[in-house]
Design a protein around this ligand. Structure first.
Ligand code: GLU
Length: 356
């Protein structure tokens, strides 16, 4: 199996990393391929700078701090792998690496070659020049995109909690572990809520979002406790009760559709009538101006927008071909009523992903 193991900032300590390296070595002996996605550059950098506990809020400062911590973080992983005679290879990725085809292929090629060379790729976001995960969620999304990139069978998100709980344990004493999730729905997203810890920027909401990306691309996902000895082996062995396991959906989205659905922020929303909703959701058709009944937000061609049905529920996401102003001006018109310079399609089916 190919497994991506992601470790969150709060779990990146010398002891935990050393223990996990032992588990990674065991997994490799068992014939598995392991790719690590690690956070902790900012945390390590801030500790090294010795300026107190509270980390700065300014993303630009955090980017600089990451440069101090990234090589320390790598040292920690190499130190952990040394006793097992394994080399670590650092790969720093930015979100754009998943959008531009050539960069995407390079990233995939590099990871593939590292694996062939017997090296454990250790991936982090290139925080020094890109602050997406600093703002978004402590590498959770990055890990999901990497899992897709390497064609992983399993994504393991290790954190300082036992998994996804039925409620916030700080508020509800009898909160219990959700062991298996067949589909991530709105109710579950509400359970995950917001909030992260003081050390990283993740939290359950971003883990759930990552699990959605991964499971929608056919990768089984687990959220589990980084501090539980043997966690990697137990999950690879399919043991139950080890964190929350999200079953993969059948039918893998392409990298591009995955990107549109989950990685790009929406710049606006189109509301469509029932006929258009059906044509898109069930007929696999493109969205034409005739089906649009409402436009909100300020977007230009190529921006991502959410698409909601008459009930207001978002059921799709796509890249628009027509700017917000023009979409609003010409919505509801049949194709033969449109001016010549107006694209006849608002969202083309190739740029559209159903998200429900
Ligand atoms: N990539 C970041 C790191 O390694 C994520 C941490 C964060 O968002 O706080 O430090």
């Amino acid at each position: 199996m190919i497994v991506v193991v992601k470790v969150g900032s709060s779990s990146v300590t010398t002891e935990t990393v050393a223990r996990l390296c032992g588990e990674i070595a065991l997994a490799r002996e068992g014939g598995h391929t392991v790719v690590v996605v690690t956070s902790g550059a900012i945390a390590a950098g801030w500790t090294a700078l010795g300026r107190g506990k509270k980390r700065p809020g300014d993303p630009a400062v955090l980017q600089a701090v990451s440069a101090v911590g990234q090589h320390r973080l790598m040292r920690m992983w190499q130190d952990g792998l040394d006793p097992h005679g394994i080399l670590a290879g650092q790969v720093l990725l930015a979100p754009l690496d998943f959008v531009h085809r050539t960069q995407y292929l390079h990233a995939r090629g590099t990871l593939g070659h590292l694996v062939e060379l017997g090296v454990v790729p250790v991936v982090n976001e290139n925080d020094a020049t890109s602050d997406e995960e600093i703002r978004f969620g402590d590498n959770d999304r990055l890990a999901a995109l990497v899992a897709h990139l390497v064609g992983a069978h399993l994504l393991v998100l290790l954190t300082d909690a036992p998994g996804l709980l039925t409620a916030d344990p700080r508020q509800v004493a009898e909160a219990s572990l959700i062991e298996e999730v067949l589909e991530i729905d709105q109710a579950l997203e509400e359970v995950a809520g917001g909030a992260g810890s003081a050390v990283g920027s993740g939290g359950m909401a971003s883990k759930l979002a990552a699990a959605k990306i991964a499971t929608w691309s056919g990768v089984e996902t687990a959220i589990a406790d980084a501090g539980r000895p043997g966690v990697v082996g137990a999950l690879l062995g399919g043991e139950t009760g080890v964190g929350t396991v999200f079953r993969a959906r059948v039918g893998r989205l392409s990298a591009r559709k995955l990107w549109i659905a989950f990685a790009l922020g929406a710049s606006g929303r189109l509301v469509v009538d029932e006929g258009a909703r059906k044509a898109l959701a069930e007929g696999g058709r493109s969205l034409l101006p005739a089906g649009v009944v409402g436009v909100t937000g300020d977007f230009g061609p190529e921006d991502a927008v959410e698409i909601a049905g008459p009930d207001g529920l978002v059921f799709a996401k796509g890249l628009v071909r027509v700017a917000a102003g023009r979409s609003g001006e010409w919505m509801g018109r049949r194709s033969d009523q449109l001016p010549d310079d107006m694209a006849p399609v608002v969202v083309h089916r190739d740029d559209l992903v159903l998200v429900r």
